[in-house]
Design a protein around this ligand. Structure first.
Ligand code: OOG
Ligand code: NI
Length: 267
């Protein structure tokens, strides 16, 4: 599978989890805007068969090289971003939960799930877009994971999928600033992630980002069906440095807030 086919597949899957993204895409098209994707993101845990390093190998086969690393000590996560040398297609931001930093119970709950991923998916690398391949999930377990880590709870429900695509606002014609984009989103009834302000980062940091809060999806658990935040849409504007080179990294302090776009209101 080449990376273009994969990205097309991921966009289709993502839209099933994120009807808002399709709606925004259509609203932008109606304004004559052609959307360029800045980056997509994946989440995983640091178990060797599915770790960030293993995903790096899978992405390398698709022509993606590892760029910078990022740490999120409070969320007990690390991340790395990947880019193709020919710069064709979006960057990929992959994060990984560091299991050892959580309770024995959380480690066991997630390990049991990840051990159920079919070997064929692990050996071919196809696990990276396989969604949730573990059996019935329990709402009680979801709530117990949620107490320690929203990220862990989200992974338990959704598994391996793109949790957001990102509109490159710098490449739009009219909605070419995050302020304009955010106003447009709010006028159309979308809810922005407010953590740390609607716009994260600044032109001085060479990257500004905002995002809508994840859509909710009805998920079947052993105990019944509950609405759980799924995936979200992000908007990013990149700036050039003094040498005229467009910034192509990420800002950990902003990313830390963007992660919270899948936050749930359950206490
Ligand atoms: C990734 C959050 C960080 C960014 O652009 O800084 C991020 C996630 O929610 O998995 O996407
Ligand atoms: Ni992002």
């Amino acid at each position: 599978m080449d990376h273009e086919y994969l990205l097309g597949f991921l966009w289709e899957e993502y839209q099933k989890n994120t009807p808002s993204a399709g709606r925004i895409h259509k609203l932008l098209a109606e304004k004559g805007e052609k959307v360029v994707n800045d980056h997509i993101a994946l989440r995983t845990v640091n178990l060797p068969p599915v770790s960030l390093d293993r995903i790096a190998e899978v992405l390398s086969d698709l022509g993606y090289a590892a760029k910078d690393d990022y740490d999120f000590p409070e969320k007990r996560l690390k991340a790395r971003h990947f880019e193709r040398e020919d710069k064709k297609g979006p960057k990929i931001f992959v994060s990984e939960l560091i299991l050892q930093n959580f309770s024995q119970q959380l480690q066991e709950q997630l390990t049991i799930c990840f051990h159920q991923i079919p070997l064929g998916l692990l050996s071919t690398g196809a696990f990276i877009y396989s969604g949730r391949t573990w059996g019935t999930i329990s709402y009680k377990t979801y709530l117990s994971l949620l107490k320690e880590s929203e990220y862990a709870a989200w992974l338990y429900v959704y598994g391996f999928c793109v949790n957001h695509f990102t509109v490159d606002v710098g490449q739009l014609n009219t909605l070419d600033s995050l302020q304009k984009m955010n106003d447009f989103l709010k006028q159309n009834g979308f809810t922005l992630n407010q953590t740390g302000g609607e716009i994260k980062g600044s032109p001085a940091q060479l990257l500004e980002q905002s995002s809508i809060m994840a859509d909710n999806k009805w998920i079947r658990f052993a105990e019944g069906t509950y609405e759980i935040p799924s995936c979200y849409y992000e908007f990013a504007k990149r700036y050039a440095d003094a040498d005229g080179k467009l910034f192509d990294g990420f800002i950990a302090k902003s990313a830390d807030k963007i992660f919270e776009s899948t936050n749930t209101k359950i206490p």
